[in-house]
Design a protein around this ligand. Sequence first.
Ligand code: PMP
Length: 297
Amino acid sequence: MTNYYNDDTIIFLDGRFVKAGEAKTDLYGQTLHYGYGVFEGIRAYDTVNGTKIFRPHDHYERLKRSCSLMGIPFHFGVEELVQITYQVVEKNKFRNAYVRPLVYCSPNMALTSPNEVSLMIAAWECEQHPDIHPERVCISSFQRPNPKAVTMEAKVCGLYVNSILATQEAKKRGFDDGLLLDMHGFVAEGPGANFFYEKDGVIYTPPAGSILPGITRDTVISICRELEIPVEETLFRPEDLYEADSAFFSSTMLEIVGIESIEGQPFRKKWKGSLSAHIQETYRCIVLDKSYSYVIV
Ligand code: PMP
C-alpha cells in the first residue's frame, strides 16, 4: 500500500488538525537523520457499538514511556491523546483504520537532547481483519539488538532498521517473514510482531528483554488465562520449535497471524483446530466487542 492519504485526509499536527498533503516538516531534525523518535501503531474497529479504538490508553502509556526512556520531552496527557485520536478517525469518517502517532524532534544536528518535539497523529483505512494465510517463516541471520544498546521496551524509530533488514532478507530468500533471535541465540520476535508457539496444550512466548512487549501479546496472554490455557513466558531456541504443534505472530496491525512452517519445517497440527487458531478467533471477537466462547472444542 502506498496511498496513505489523499487531498481530503486530515491529520493532527502540533495542536491542529490539518490536511495531510499540506503538512510540512523540517529537514534538519534528529528523527529524520538519526532515527531518534518514537511512534505507536493503533487500530480502530467498526464494532457493534460503533467505531472503537482498541486499548488506546495502553498505546499512549507506551508512547509516553518510550519518550521518557529516550529522554524525549513529551507533555501530552493520555486521555487528551485518546480524544485527539478519536477526532482524527471521525474527521476522516474512517470505520476500520490504522492509527500512527509519531513523536519527532525539532531541528538539531548535534547528538544532544532535543529542545522541542512535534506530535503527528495520522490514520488510514484498512481491512477489518487482515486476510493473511499462515506464513512461511525463516530464521533471520539478523539478531535483535543488544538490549544494552537501546532499551528494547521503547518503540523507537531507529530500531526498525533492524526490522527492515530482516524482512528484506526473508523476502529475498522466498519466505513471507523472518524470526529474529536475540544476541544469545534465543528466539526473540518477528520484525514487527511478537512470537508464540503451542506445544502439548501449553502456549510459550519469549519474556521481555530483547523484544517489544506488545499490547497484542498482552491481550493474547489474557485470553489464554481466561480460556485456562497455560501460558509460559520463557526463553527457548529455534530447535525447540521443531516439535511444536502450531505457532503465530501477534501485532496490532496483523492481529494474530498463523505460521505454517519455519525454515520449511511444518508444525504438527493443521492451523484449523489448533489452540493458536482458537486464540485468533477470540482476539477477533474481543476487538469487535463481541462475546466469545470460553469452551475449547
Ligand atoms: N515487536 C515489534 C518489533 C513490533 O514492531 C511490534 C508492533 N508494534 C510488536 C512486537 C507487537 O506490538 P503490538 O502488539 O503492541 O502492536
